[in-house]
Design a protein around this ligand. Structure first.
Ligand SMILES: NC(=O)C1=CN([C@@H]2O[C@H](COP(=O)(O)OP(=O)(O)OC[C@H]3O[C@@H](n4cnc5c(N)ncnc54)[C@H](OP(=O)(O)O)[C@@H]3O)[C@@H](O)[C@H]2O)C=CC1
Ligand SMILES: O=CC(=O)O
Length: 292
């Protein structure tokens, strides 16, 4: 397969680019903070000096950026993708953004003759390292077909969901559910503890019943040790709740559970927990009224 460009060497981008290298792809990487490319370089990646330089060199370029402003910046700003994208080249944005952001990028790329696919992913740092992501793509089917060999390395399953925006929306729905679940889980752990039960025993009970799931199993043991090493940063989960609630607004969908969960994530951010794992929202529920 052709050389792949990769923009954004954060938690996810670095793991994904490393995975492509391990599986024999030639990769050229770029990151706003250049030093984060060093480890990739040691593993054989080339480094581009700007998103435009990466697109100039590579037929296909993937982006994995934090949020809508970041996703837009690598496309529209000076040295951005639009300076070099042209007929025969494709841009695949795997960041979690809203449908409007994705559509803006798609229209601009297509206006320059390029192809565009949005392809946000479900799965966190470990699935990214293990090539076990779930890829939610939408946009140009021709580009999807061409990039599939890379998706097969990055993920365990790829979906093609039709027109641009559908991948973004699917990802936001999934993460809205995940964020709400994390809040209910945190409340349950605190309720068990405050009412004299062992949170550890609660984890064992949950794991044997109908609501057992990989997230409770993976995050629970570290949460009860107050350990929140970031796999999925809380600030990104809150961004996803915010964008999902906006999607709810647009569609007149009442989402009281997600709205309450968003408030807890906002509270966690306001107390400086944004860069920790999203499971750190647990700390918000632990705060109790001071005794009289
Ligand atoms: N972590 C996870 O478990 C998952 C994350 N996601 C989504 O994937 C995306 C990336 O997440 P993750 O890797 O965890 O995030 P990180 O915060 O680890 O990385 C964010 C990346 O975005 C770059 N960035 C931020 N702002 C800008 C900007 N203005 N211009 C250019 N680059 C910018 C950062 O560059 P710099 O290093 O210079 O700051 C960094 O490369 C997010 O949309 C997230 O919601 C999806 C599934 C799972
Ligand atoms: O977006 C986060 C995830 O775990 O998926």
């Amino acid at each position: 397969m052709e050389e792949i460009g990769f923009l954004g060497m954060g938690i996810m981008g670095k793991a994904m680019a490393m995975n492509l290298l391990r599986n024999g792809f030639k990769v050229t990487v770029w990151n706003r903070t250049l030093s984060k490319c060093d480890e990739l370089k040691e593993h054989g990646a080339s480094v581009g000096e700007s998103p435009a330089a990466v697109v100039k060199k590579c037929k296909y370029t993937i982006g994995m950026l934090s949020d809508p402003p970041a996703a837009l910046s690598v496309v529209f700003d000076k040295g951005g993708i639009l300076e070099e994208i042209s007929s025969g080249k494709g841009y695949i944005d795997m960041s979690t953004v809203d449908a409007e952001t994705s559509s803006k990028i798609s229209e601009a790329v297509i206006a320059k003759g390029g192809s565009f696919l949005e392809a946000p992913v479900s799965g966190s740092k470990k699935p990214a390292e293990d090539g076990q992501l779930v890829i939610l793509s939408a946009g140009e089917k021709g580009l999807y077909d061409k990039i599939l060999p890379a998706f097969d390395v990055l993920g365990k399953k790829s979906f093609f969901l039709g027109e641009v925006g559908n991948g973004a929306k699917m990802k936001l729905v999934v993460n809205m559910i995940m964020g709400s679940m994390m809040n209910a889980f945190s409340e349950g752990l605190v309720l068990a503890d405050k009412s004299g039960l062992s949170p550890k025993t609660l984890l064992d009970v949950l794991d044997l019943g109908a609501i057992a799931n990989p997230m409770f199993k993976m995050k629970g043991p570290s949460m009860i040790q107050n350990s929140y090493n970031p796999a999925f940063p809380l600030k990104h989960q809150q961004k996803d709740m915010r964008l999902a609630l906006a999607l709810g607004d647009e569609n007149a969908v009442s989402m009281p559970v997600a709205a309450a969960a968003n408030e807890a994530f906002k509270k966690a951010r306001s107390t400086g927990l944004g860069d920790l794992d999203f499971s750190a929202v647990y700390e918000v529920f632990k705060v109790t009224e001071p005794s009289a």
